[in-house]
Ligand binder design. Structure first.
Ligand code: AMP
Ligand code: TRP
Length: 337
């Protein structure tokens, strides 16, 4: 059995409007892990089509997410950046895992319930089995660590259950390692700028709800200025945060963007007006995000180079995946290896 000590895999969907939550909750953490781990970062185009995507936009958004990884500091030479659909073993393992996972497990997934909405009959079957494909993404490489935002915690727990059941069913203890989530930093759940009780999301109809990675400096500043607040001065202690989601969100963003502990930031702004925090937050957000956006634009202006990076990454991903997939086929009892 092939197993490395620590291998990181994570994925981001190319569904447009890549935002500050994606960056602070996930992509930023991808960068640091490169020092200590072998990393694979995947643009999960097959996950994206669980909700219909315009084909031309899907291709452009796939390049944009790859560009965001690289602009943020992921090194596609020493690590692997690729899009999921180029490595067909993802789909192949996902099928096997569809047969390992139980309906009861998937029925508990809150993201499906949120995304399917009221009319569940009309949701794609892909949306329902989405978490099994995500488990396949991770297990196909025997990844041990998965950096994600807080909203993916339940999917990671499911991936662990699937790994465990596969190992049990096929009498292969420790064949798949149980992947550990890495959910870290003061912004693992960035909230909408228009409503502190809703997650910042790519699909929110309000453009003011999110800062995207390609927003210009004046848009970033304007969205922060317009962000929802409450009528009181900023809290003196962390105990006051639970009832004040907008204050918690803006202070958390400031902490994340300035690499400070939330407690230090609360101290810094204790008793101040929201306007003081907003002004400084706009400044650091522009300083951190605008250069990444500019580099993304430079990269996406040259699609051939991004496509070459993705093709190279896919070839290297395949080289890791195929021997593991071959062992899965053999353990399951498929002839032909
Ligand atoms: P997605 O856009 O759903 O493909 O998410 C890509 C990554 O960003 C995942 O690791 C998510 O957990 C993370 N993420 C998405 N939205 C947020 C948010 N509002 N706050 C923090 N992390 C997020
Ligand atoms: N489901 C994740 C999200 O929506 C994206 C994803 C797909 C992923 N496959 C993955 C994340 C594998 C981590 C590992 O954010």
């Amino acid at each position: 059995m092939t197993q490395v000590k620590a291998r990181v895999l994570s994925g981001v969907q190319p569904t447009g409007n890549l935002h500050l939550g994606n960056y602070l909750g996930a992509i930023r953490n991808f960068v640091g892990l490169q020092q200590t781990h072998e990393c694979l970062y995947c643009v999960v185009d097959m996950h994206a089509i669980t909700v219909f995507q315009d084909p031309v936009e899907l291709a452009a958004n796939t390049r944009e997410v790859a560009a965001a990884f690289i602009a943020a500091g992921v090194d596609p030479k020493n690590h692997i950046v690729f899009n999921q659909a180029q490595v067909s073993q993802h789909a192949e393992l996902a099928w096997v895992l569809n047969c390992v996972a139980r309906m009861g497990w998937l029925n508990r997934m809150t993201q499906f319930k949120e995304k399917a909405g009221k009319d569940r009959e009309k949701a794609s079957v892909g949306l329902y089995v989405y978490p099994n494909l995500m488990a396949a993404d991770i297990l196909l490489y025997k990844a041990t660590h998965v950096p994600v935002g807080e909203d993916q915690k339940q999917h990671l727990e499911l991936a662990r259950d699937i790994a465990q059941k596969f190992n049990n069913d096929f009498n292969a203890p420790e064949f798949f390692p149980l992947p550990e989530p890495i959910i870290q930093g003061p912004a693992t759940r960035v909230m909408s700028l228009r409503d502190g009780s809703k997650k910042m999301s790519k699909s929110d109809p309000s453009d003011l709800s999110r800062i995207t990675m390609t927003d210009q400096a004046d848009d970033i500043a304007r969205k922060i200025r317009k962000a929802k607040t409450d009528p009181d001065a900023l809290p003196e202690t962390a105990d006051e945060l639970p009832g004040r989601p907008e204050a918690a969100n803006l202070l958390g963003l400031f902490a994340a963007l300035t690499d400070q502990q939330l407690s230090a930031v609360i101290g810094q702004f204790a008793g101040a007006q929201f306007s003081v925090l907003k002004e400084q937050l706009a400044e650091v957000a522009v300083e951190k995000i605008a250069p990444i956006g500019a580099e993304m634009k430079r990269l996406t202006d040259d699609p051939a180079t991004i496509d070459a990076i993705l093709a190279d990454g896919a070839a290297r991903a395949r080289a890791i995946a195929e021997p593991i997939m071959a062992e899965v086929r053999q353990r399951v009892g498929f002839l032909g290896n």
